[in-house]
Design a binder for this molecule. Structure first.
Ligand SMILES: *Cc1c(COP(=O)(O)O)cnc(C)c1O
Length: 384
């Protein structure tokens, strides 16, 4: 059994994927071009976004909006610590300071009370200027966007939804993008919507931000507005208006993603059915099965349980042929290089408690009933 089975998905749509790749090879249009534009349009439609701008990976998708908003030295960006490192990493990369906030014990997403306390503390101290919040849809379920966006608005902060894991989740039937300035996606192969390499995207309903993201991802190239203002009529790539980066999605990856996006809604349903089956069978055998925010629909990027004897359980499952993973053994604020940055008042007690209890089980849309049973039986058979 695999933790994530990319082969099973490949078998389902191999002819379409191979044809998509061949299409790009035949045209030799490897960078940008119609495959990329076509995928961006399909992605925008899927997410109900005015603009979807692809880029090289999910980390750049977070970095680029921070640059677009000129967030840098002296600025504070609030984010959870119980997440993949990239959420926080982009903040010092632009010269700003992450401020780590705690998560809720049931959903593992930002605790609005910890966020508010952290903002108040930073304001009171006066050393850093609060500028933005990066909320994460950890393990695939939406953060509490109504509460978080209210806090962002009250303090004049930009809000990013880091949907590297959660792209496709909804809250009360609505996309996280409805509450935020920008939502970001990662197409790393192991993410629910993965490509065959690295990829990412920024989604936004803000046309001005979309223009800046489009510019920054291609070396700060001129936008139509820049060109008009400068009376420049040559290739926009050679009028460089701001310090940008090189962060494009390969056309081959875009072609693959266009095919994978077509089956994504169906895959989301399958993931949800497997998660429901796991939860029903395991609820009384572990400390906790995943708890969803009210009205939340998860893409189940991970199915994560808590167990008081986590490491012994993981070892037992391994002997039964069931692979598991620990996300995340070391929260970001406990990593040496990140330990210097500020934390919410009172610290991050929830983050520090759950790190030793969480265990993620095999989860992908092609996990058949027999494999699900193998996981369930192995957990039920653990005597601890
Ligand atoms: C994977 C991930 C990223 C980074 O995505 P890459 O495409 O690997 O750069 C950012 N944030 C979170 C929460 C992630 O899980």
């Amino acid at each position: 059994m695999n933790f994530i089975d990319l082969q099973a998905q490949r078998q389902r749509i191999a002819p379409q994927i191979d044809a998509a790749v061949a299409r790009v090879l035949t045209t030799c249009g490897f960078i940008m071009g119609p495959e990329v534009t076509g995928f961006e349009q399909a992605l925008a439609k899927f997410a109900g976004a005015k603009h979807a701008l692809s880029c090289a990976n999910g980390t750049d998708a977070l970095l680029i909006p921070l640059r677009a908003w000129n967030i840098g030295p002296g600025d504070a960006v609030f984010c959870p610590s119980f997440t993949f490192v990239a959420t926080a990493e982009v903040v010092p990369l632009v010269g700003a300071s992450p401020v780590f906030v705690d998560v809720l014990p049931d959903t593992y997403n930002i605790d609005p009370a910890s966020l508010e306390a952290a903002i108040a503390a930073v304001k009171k101290e006066g050393r850093l200027k609060p500028r933005a919040i990066i909320a994460v849809d950890l393990f695939g379920q939406p953060a509490d966007y109504p509460a978080i966006s209210k806090i962002a608005k009250a303090h004049g902060l930009k809000l990013i939804a880091d949907q590297a894991q959660g792209f496709g989740c909804t809250l009360n039937g609505r996309q996280p993008l409805e509450w935020v300035d920008a939502a970001t996606a990662s197409f790393f192969p192991a993410k629910p919507l993965g490509c065959y390499g690295d990829g990412g995207a920024v989604l936004t309903n803000d046309s001005q931000l979309a223009d800046l993201v489009d510019s920054i991802r291609v070396h700060g190239k001129a936008s139509a507005e820049d060109m008009a203002a400068k009376k420049y009529d040559n290739d926009p790539r050679y009028l460089n208006m701001r310090i940008g980066i090189n962060s494009r999605l390969d056309a081959i990856q875009a072609a693959i993603l266009s095919e994978k996006l077509k089956i994504y809604p169906d895959e989301l349903k399958q993931r949800d059915a497997i998660a429901a089956r796991y939860s029903k069978a395991l609820a009384s055998h572990v400390r906790s099965v995943p708890k969803m925010i009210e009205g939340g629909f998860s893409n189940w990027a991970q199915y994560t349980i808590e167990h008081d004897k986590r490491d012994a359980l993981a070892a037992h499952l391994k002997t039964k042929g069931v692979p598991t993973a620990i996300y995340y053994p070391i929260p970001i604020h406990c990593q040496d290089v990140y330990s210097v940055y500020p934390k919410a008042p009172g610290g991050l007690p929830v983050t520090e408690a759950i790190r030793s209890r969480v265990l993620s089980l095999p989860m992908h849309p092609y996990l058949d009933a027999a494999q699900q049973d193998q996981v369930i039986d192995a957990i039920r058979g653990f005597s601890g």
